[in-house]
Design a binder for this molecule. Structure first.
Ligand SMILES: *[C@@H]1O[C@H](CO)[C@@H](O)[C@H](O)[C@H]1NC(C)=O
Ligand SMILES: *[C@@H]1O[C@H](CO)[C@@H](O)[C@H](O)[C@H]1NC(C)=O
Ligand SMILES: *[C@@H]1O[C@H](CO)[C@@H](O)[C@H](O)[C@H]1NC(C)=O
Ligand SMILES: *[C@@H]1O[C@H](CO)[C@@H](O)[C@H](O)[C@H]1NC(C)=O
Ligand SMILES: *[C@@H]1O[C@H](CO)[C@@H](O)[C@H](O)[C@H]1NC(C)=O
Length: 399
C-alpha cells in the first residue's frame, strides 16, 4: 500500500511540518496512477476512437513491470482493456493499423499482445502478434538489410525504429520461434547496422560518440550527409529509444540467440559512458539536441533524460555495464534529482503533472537544429511520462 503524501499535505499547515514534502513514496506508482486518472494510454485517442499508438505500447511495458513489482491487478487490467480497444475478438488489429504502410511504430503495441496471450491463453492476442510478425517479413529493407522506418521513408533507418520494431521482434521470436537462427541474426543485424551507420565519430565537430537520429542509405534525403548519409544532429529521444531497446532486448534474449547478446553488450558499453559524459555538467540532464549544448532555443528535455536514466540504471543493475567507480549510477541519481525537482508537479487532486517532453522529432522534413527546437512541448506527454515510470522503477530498485 503506497501512501500518497501529496494528497494529505494540503490539509495540514506546511509551517508545522517542514520535514514533509509533497511527494509520494513511489514515483513509479504516482506516475502510473496520474496517467491512468487522466485516461492516458488506454487504447483510445483524444477523440475517443481506438488508436494504435506506440506511446500506449511503451506505457503498457511500464505498467507490466509495475504490476510485477506491486502485484496490483489494476495495472494488468488497464493493459488488457487498452489492448482490447485495438484487437478484435477474432484477432484483427484496428485503431488505424495499416499492414501495407509498413510502419514500425505500430508494432510497439505487439509486446503487450504477446504478454496478454501468455497470461490469458486467449488466441486473439497471438493472432494479432502474428500479423505484426508477418509485417516484419514484408518490411522493406536497405541493401544492407536494415528495415526502412516506414514504406514512405525510402531507404531510411531511424533509431526510433529499433525500439518500435526490435523489442517486439525479440519478444515474438522468444515466445513462438525460439530456434529460428535467421531471426536472431536479423535482430542482431538491425541493431548493428543502425549503430554503424549513425555513430558520430571523431572527425565530427562537437563529437559526442553518440548516434545521429538516423540515416538514409541512398543519401538522397535533404538532411543526409554526403559521406555517410546520416542526419545532422543527435536528438536525445531517438538515442533514448535506442538505449531502452538495448537493455530490454538484452534482458529478453535467450541463451541460443547467437551473436545478439555479445553484439548488444559491445554497443551498450560504447554508448553508456558517452551518454553519461554528454549530460549537462551543472544540471546533470540532457539537452534536446545533444550535439549543440547551450545554443539559443535548445533546452533540457525530459523524455530523453528519463530514457537514459532507465537504460543506464538497468544496464548496471543487470551487469551489462560495469560501473566500477560508481560514476554511471552517480550521474543517473543526479539526473533523477533534477527530474523530480523540476519536471514533476504535484496537483491539488493528488495526481502529478509531467513537464518538458517534446511532442515529436521526425526525419520527415529538414531534420536540422531549427526543426528540433521548434516542436511543441505539451504538458503530460505520455512518451516522457511513460519513460519516467520506467526510470522510477529502476531508481526505486537502488534503495
Ligand atoms: C491498486 O492501484 C490502484 C490505483 O493506484 C489503487 O487505487 C488501489 O488501491 C491499489 N490496490 C491495492 C490493493 O493496493
Ligand atoms: C474480425 O472482426 C472484425 C471486427 O469485428 C471484422 O471486421 C472482420 O470481418 C472479422 N474477420 C473475420 C475473418 O472474421
Ligand atoms: C525465421 O525468421 C526469418 C527472418 O525473420 C523468417 O523469414 C522466417 O519466416 C522465419 N521462419 C519461421 C519458420 O517462422
Ligand atoms: C567519420 O565520419 C565522417 C563524417 O560523417 C566520415 O567522412 C568518415 O568517413 C567517418 N570515419 C569513419 C572511420 O567512419
Ligand atoms: C557545436 O556546439 C556549439 C555550442 O552548442 C554550437 O553553437 C555549434 O553550432 C555546434 N557546431 C556544430 C557543427 O554542430
Amino acid at each position: 500500500m503506497f501512501l500518497r503524501v501529496a494528497a494529505i499535505v494540503p490539509l495540514l499547515s506546511l509551517a508545522i511540518l517542514p520535514a514533509i514534502e509533497a511527494r509520494p513514496q513511489s514515483y513509479a506508482v504516482w506516475a502510473a496512477d496520474s496517467a491512468i486518472a487522466r485516461g492516458q494510454g488506454n487504447g483510445l485517442g483524444s477523440n475517443g476512437a481506438p488508436v494504435n499508438s506506440y506511446e500506449h505500447g511503451e506505457f503498457q511495458w511500464g505498467l507490466r513491470l509495475l504490476y510485477e513489482q506491486t502485484g496490483n491487478k489494476t495495472y494488468f487490467n488497464y493493459i488488457q482493456a487498452g489492448v482490447d480497444k485495438i484487437v478484435s475478438s477474432n484477432g484483427t488489429i484496428g485503431g488505424g493499423y495499416s499492414f501495407s504502410a509498413f510502419v514500425q511504430d505500430y508494432i510497439r503495441t505487439g509486446p503487450s499482445f504477446i504478454y496478454l496471450f501468455q497470461q490469458t491463453g486467449l488466441a486473439k492476442y497471438k493472432t494479432a502478434a502474428g500479423t505484426y510478425r508477418s509485417q516484419l517479413n514484408g518490411q522493406p529493407r536497405t541493401a544492407q538489410g536494415q528495415f526502412w522506418h516506414k514504406l514512405v521513408y525510402f531507404n531510411q533507418g531511424w533509431l526510433d525504429g529499433i525500439y518500435m520494431g526490435e523489442v517486439f521482434y525479440t519478444a515474438y521470436t522468444k515466445a513462438f520461434d525460439a530456434n529460428n537462427a535467421t531471426a536472431w541474426a536479423d535482430i542482431t543485424s538491425q541493431f548493428k547496422l543502425m549503430f554503424d551507420n549513425t555513430l558520430q565519430n571523431s572527425t565530427a565537430p562537437n563529437n559526442t560518440g553518440l548516434l545521429y537520429h538516423g540515416y538514409d542509405f541512398s543519401h538522397t534525403a535533404v538532411w543526409a550527409s554526403p559521406d555517410r548519409g546520416h542526419s545532422p544532429e543527435v536528438w536525445d529521444r531517438a538515442l533514448g529509444w535506442y538505449a531502452m531497446a538495448l537493455v530490454d532486448v538484452l534482458e529478453l534474449a535467450p541463451a541460443n540467440s547467437g551473436a545478439l547478446k555479445p553484439t548488444l553488450l559491445k554497443i551498450l558499453n560504447v554508448l553508456a559512458p558517452n551518454i553519461r559524459d554528454a549530460a549537462d555538467p551543472a544540471s546533470g540532464v540532457w539537452w534536446l539536441v545533444i550535439t549543440q549544448p547551450g545554443r539559443a532555443l535548445n533546452y533540457f528535455e525530459s523524455s530523453g533524460t528519463v530514457m537514459f536514466i532507465y537504460s543506464l540504471l538497468k544496464a548496471v543493475r543487470l551487469g551489462y555495464v560495469e560501473d566500477a567507480d560508481g560514476s554511471i549510477v552517480a550521474a543517473m541519481k543526479k539526473a533523477y534529482s533534477y527530474v523530480v525537482a523540476n519536471w514533476v508537479v504535484p496537483k491539488s487532486d493528488g495526481t502529478m503533472d509531467w513537464k518538458n517532453t517534446v511532442s515529436v522529432g521526425s526525419l520527415g522534413g529538414a531534420g536540422d537544429y531549427n526543426y528540433y527546437v521548434s516542436q511543441t512541448v505539451p504538458l503530460n506527454d505520455l512518451k516522457g511520462l511513460g519513460a519516467f515510470l520506467l526510470a522510477s522503477l529502476e531508481f526505486e530498485k537502488l534503495k
